[in-house]
Write a protein that binds this ligand. Structure first.
Ligand code: ADP
Ligand code: SF4
Length: 689
């Protein structure tokens, strides 16, 4: 059934004493659950095992209490008590023949130890480097500390074995793991046998791996994850040094796991990074070692994957985000249906779970991290309930996901869309600079729906309440989206702001409709996600002279959580956008805005030809309200239920809309949750004393 061109992806590969059944390698990735939600995390990995991955890793696991990254929620292996929850995970991973891997992390200068309160230890004494600039420093490891640390790694390796894992990945990538801190001249300024030459800086990795081999190496495979470039120039662990290191230590680990650079590089969003963006950094490394190599590159295309293998760049196809968006990616290639792959769009919403210490979500796969909590499976739906058909009004991400999940449950579905194209906001936003990959949200669902006989799509069909009553459907799902407000209401202004009647105001919707102002344009961003920055880019590309004013301390503030804020700022600077931070807009007049310092209130006027107000969105719920007001007519027209979902209910990111659509479909014809909690939850058991 599978295309023979992809056969190579299914060739078994040896890793030390083990054999992986194929080349699909789920590299470690966070999920926001970690030690707090162990069963949710375990079930998520188990679904990947069903999906055909050959190797499946945990997220980073803090291997000793003297180095932990609170407030981020990862795994912990500090004592034997931690073994059962990790065993649960390894068993799920191995349930369909995958190898189970654990990533052991000692975070050095990246671990502030806010929970354990231990003094952080690092190769050299220096400030803790975290997203939050915690005001504390690490002390340098003494020789005795290094001996202790080596022993702690051995203890963690033995516990990993007891927990049922096959592989151990030692974390030395993204600037986060102690192996990188030792390898880099920037973070290792020691003048003993662990510092100075590359030989000396490699010593710690060699010692730990030798110790662990003695302890568990006959049965477990050891992998080392390093970044291909520290990206801080020659002082850092540069790509040239990485090559020297690998050549010098050819056979050190059983597999080289090559991450890209910083986490921001390695998990680069599609707005800034193409698929396989690491190619140039990795080319030639294969010849320096006999050990297999895994690398990442947001791979979703089997053709690109095969190219990575056939051109000798990689032995394993490393995937984090593509395995989240579609845990069944390998299986779909194996079964000869790559067109069914739900491709990652590179939006990095999944990463925001880790960054906000909440369970991760995925825009494309609304079942991610709900496998255990809600029993949602990415490929299987619950069986149909009592009714038979649904009218979905609106074909944005909420409506499309609802329709796709409903027909898989066995309902007949009709979609009515006011426009002549489907996709809702995604269809519009995909045309903005850098966002074309987001169109996959609509493309995937449009293709899947086109394969179904039980779904009708009516374009150019703006429905009103009477149309819906006349339509004669048992269930009505209102997914009519939202519109950007022009009155400035958002965070700074809770009521409409003063805007003169003769001011020239645009909203993001105007720009997406092709009405793009020129001349001197002010973008007032009080939304703080991607839209303000993207529109500033669009305006410059259309010849405008742009000033972006935001009350936040950062451009596109919330994109710190998607790891792209720094790139956005840099891009706008390069495009010549004047960036004004920590200032709001108090009044818009003809040819002028009045701005205020959010700290002092001091005002300043900016001349302009037009203002683009990126504030909040107003839900399109009038159709729902009209139907509600005619509830007495529902029964006569065969209507059993009317529900509003997605942006029409409460605007949010696209991932919130696909989630809402999926939830609607799952819960149709099921009992109301009432006062019950609508998901399973794990709580820490109380200590006995
Ligand atoms: P969401 O993110 O919640 O899916 P979108 O704004 O992306 O919302 O999509 C909503 C879609 O609903 C848009 O394509 C819009 O054209 C469509 N729509 C809005 N009102 C109606 C209506 N009365 N009848 C049919 N389609 C509608
Ligand atoms: Fe890909 Fe976005 Fe899903 Fe993350 S949230 S896996 S980036 S589609």
């Amino acid at each position: 059934m599978r295309d023979p061109r992809y056969d190579t992806l299914f060739e078994p590969q040896t890793i030390g004493p083990l054999t992986a059944k194929n080349r699909f390698f789920q590299v470690p990735h966070c999920n926001g659950g970690g030690y707090r939600d162990p069963s949710a995390a375990a079930e998520m990995r188990g679904v990947k095992a069903q999906g055909g991955w050959g190797v499946i890793f945990t997220e980073q696991c803090e291997m000793h209490h003297s180095s932990e990254i609170t407030p981020f929620i990862e795994l912990r292996l500090w004592e034997d008590k931690d073994i059962p929850q990790l065993r649960k995970m390894s068993e799920k991973m191995k349930s369909h023949g995958a190898l189970a891997g654990i990533q052991l992390a000692y975070s050095g200068i990246n671990g502030p130890n806010l929970y354990s309160r231990e003094v952080p230890l690092a190769p050299s004494a220096m400030p803790i480097r975290t997203f939050t600039n915690d005001p504390l420093q690490a002390r340098a490891l003494s020789k005795k500390d290094i001996k202790d640390l080596r022993r702690w790694f051995v203890n963690a390796a033995k516990r990993s074995q007891l927990a049922g894992f096959d592989l151990i990945c030692l974390y030395g990538a993204h600037g986060f793991g102690i192996f990188q801190h030792f390898l880099s001249r920037a973070t290792n300024q020691r003048n003993d046998e662990y510092g100075g030459s590359l030989e000396n800086r490699s010593r710690f990795a060699r010692e730990v791996i030798a110790d662990m081999r003695d302890a568990v190496g006959d049965k477990m495979a050891l992998t080392l994850r390093v970044s291909l470039d520290e990206t801080i120039g020659e002082l850092g662990f540069s790509n040239a040094e990485v090559r020297d290191f690998i050549e010098m230590n050819k056979d050190l680990p059983d597999l080289w796991d090559l991450a890209q650079g910083t986490w921001e590089d390695c998990s680069g969003p599609s707005r800034f990074k193409e698929e396989a963006a690491q190619q140039n950094l990795i080319r030639g490394i294969r010849e320096l070692t006999d050990k297999p190599i895994v690398g990442v590159g947001r791979f979703t295309s089997p053709d690109v994957m095969v190219k990575q293998i056939n051109s000798g760049l990689l032995d394993f196809i490393g995937c984090a985000r593509p395995s989240i968006a579609d845990p069944f990616l390998p299986k779909k290639i194996e079964e000869g249906r790559p067109e069914d792959i739900r491709e990652c769009i590179g939006c990095n919403i999944c990463i925001t779970g880790d960054m906000t210490m909440s369970l991760s979500r995925c825009t494309q796969n609304p079942t991610f991290m709900e496998e255990w909590r809600k029993g949602w499976h990415p490929e299987n739906m619950n069986s149909k309930g009592d009714s038979d058909n649904v009218l979905v009004v609106g074909s944005g991400p909420a409506g499309l996901e609802a329709a796709w999940a409903l027909c898989r449950r066995g309902y007949n579905v009709a979609i009515a869309e006011a426009r002549t194209v489907i996709g809702g906001r995604v269809e519009r936003e995909r045309k903005l600079p850098g966002l074309s990959a987001w169109g996959r949200v609509a493309d995937y669902r449009q293709y899947q729906l086109s394969q179904r006989a039980d779904v009708e799509i009516y374009l150019d069909s703006k429905l009103d309440a009477q149309d819906i009553l006349d339509f004669g459907c048992e269930n009505v799902c209102i997914a009519t989206g939202a519109a950007w407000r022009a009155d400035g209401v958002s965070r700074q202004h809770l009521v409409p702001m003063p805007i003169s009647a003769d001011a020239t105001i645009y909203t993001p919707d105007h720009l997406m409709d092709g009405k793009i102002p020129g001349g001197k344009v002010i973008v007032y961003d009080d939304d703080h996600y991607y839209m303000g920055g993207v529109l500033a880019e669009l305006l410059v590309k259309n010849g405008a002279n742009v000033t972006l004013i935001t009350p936040s301390a950062y451009v596109s503030d919330w994109t710190i959580n998607t790891l792209e804020q720094a790139e956005i700022h840099a891009r706008l600077v390069e495009l010549g956008v004047e960036i004004v931070l920590n200032r709001g807009v108090t009044e818009i007049k003809k040819d002028q805005v009045q701005s205020n310092c959010i700290y002092t209130g001091r005002t300043h006027s900016y001349e302009c030809d037009a203002v683009v107000v990126v504030a909040s969105r107003l839900e399109n719920n009038s159709l729902f309200s009209a139907l509600e007001s005619r509830q007495t007519e529902w029964a006569d027209n065969g209507i059993k239920s009317v529900k509003i979902i997605g942006d029409a209910e409460a605007p949010g990111p696209i991932a919130w809309a696909t989630y809402a659509g999926h939830r609607y479909a799952r819960e149709l014809d099921t009992a109301d949750w009432g006062d019950e909690l609508p998901f399973r939850r794990e709580i820490t058991a109380l200590a006995l004393d």
